[in-house]
Design a protein around this ligand. Structure first.
Ligand code: SF4
Ligand code: SF4
Length: 85
């Protein structure tokens, strides 16, 4: 009997993650959805606009498993992720 071929995607954990600060409104959705706690919210020290009091920061990009949930949930398209080769 033939051995079935395994179709397994293999990737290294970790990614380069960029957040467009002009687009980010600090809603925290990416923080909540990420299963690997990659993001945190930081207060913008000099920001006067109450809608932009916080911004998301990727403090642990090395933990990223490329599930892409944050990209799907960010309503501002502020997140850019480049996976490791
Ligand atoms: S989901 Fe998008 S807009 Fe909201 S905090 Fe994260 S990066 Fe910013
Ligand atoms: S792709 Fe998944 S694991 Fe990576 S930062 Fe986004 S939500 Fe977290």
């Amino acid at each position: 009997m033939a051995v079935p071929e395994l179709n397994v995607a293999i990737f290294k954990p970790g990614a380069e993650i960029y957040i467009d600060e002009d687009k980010c409104v600090g809603c925290g959705r990416c923080v909540e959805v990420c299963p690997e706690d990659v993001y945190t919210l930081e207060k913008r020290p000099e920001e006067k606009d109450p809608d932009k009091e916080y911004k998301s920061v990727a403090i642990h990009p090395e933990r990223c498993i490329l599930c892409l949930s944050c990209l799907e949930i960010c309503g501002k398209n502020a997140i850019y992720i480049y996976g490791q080769q």
